[in-house]
Design a protein around this ligand. Structure first.
Ligand code: DX5
Ligand code: ZN
Length: 223
């Protein structure tokens, strides 16, 4: 289980996205792009045209987190555009299996996200359909929110379900991940760490990524 860090550009300067992406190139494993439509969450960010432009400016693989009301309609387009990973919300998808399969068919990794109040039990049978499970550690919609400790037991249960299943499914955490909280996430079994404020709020984003990585690696339980 290798630690991967996915800086979220939600906390970056949206007028300088190419430069902001370049600040973590060759240091971050992924670039996390939060697509919000003002319906699934009470915030609006960016959509497909911006992702297409970003794909042309960075060599870092793009990890699209779709916080949209109709992911069944939109997710395959992000995969076809070249995002290496596309994550849909369980609470929003009406045909999750079809959409996850369409993401994979377009050549991307398929992710399924769960809000803090959504139980992981009940999604166990979908594990063969996904490459990553995203456990939200804040209510989605905004960067810089406080980490929700109450989600940690669910994160540990998600890790146990993935281990029992035995296939290769990454376990991502998103929301309030920082030098204060990343070790607890790693101990509970997360292996992909999204960080917005902790990376782009730092003076040196590349250094912040390295620091988060070393904390997570030290806290990761031996396989
Ligand atoms: C929140 C987004 C996150 C956000 C995390 O809805 O999904 O990716 O950027 O930001 P921080 O790390 O600042 O909590
Ligand atoms: Zn996100």
């Amino acid at each position: 289980m290798a630690v991967q860090i996915s800086p979220s550009i939600l906390s970056a300067d949206f007028a300088r996205l190419a430069d902001e992406a370049a600040r973590v190139e060759n240091v971050a494993d992924w670039l996390h792009v939060d697509v919000m439509d003002y319906h699934f969450v009470p915030n609006l960010t960016l959509g497909l045209p911006v992702v297409e432009s970003l794909l042309k400016t960075t060599s870092t693989p793009i990890d699209c987190h779709l916080m949209v009301q109709d992911p069944d309609r939109w997710a395959p387009d992000y995969a076809e555009a070249g995002a290496a990973s596309v994550t849909i919300h369980a609470e929003a998808a009406k045909a999750a299996v079809r959409t996850l399969r369409a993401i994979r068919a377009a050549g991307a990794r398929a992710g399924l996200a769960l809000n803090p109040a959504t139980a992981v039990e009940g999604y166990e049978d979908l594990l063969p359909e996904i490459d990553m499970l995203l456990v939200m550690t804040v209510e989605p919609g905004f960067g810089g929110q406080r980490f929700l400790d109450i989600v940690l037991p669910k994160l540990a249960r998600a890790r146990a379900l993935i281990d029992k299943y035995g296939g290769e499914v990454w376990l991502q955490v998103d929301g309030g991940v920082s030098v204060e909280t990343i070790e607890r996430c790693a101990e509970a079994g997360a292996d992909v760490f999204v960080a917005g404020n902790a990376v782009y709020g730092a003076d040196d984003p590349a250094r912040a990524v390295a620091e988060l990585r070393s904390l997570a690696e030290r806290a990761t339980p031996p396989a």
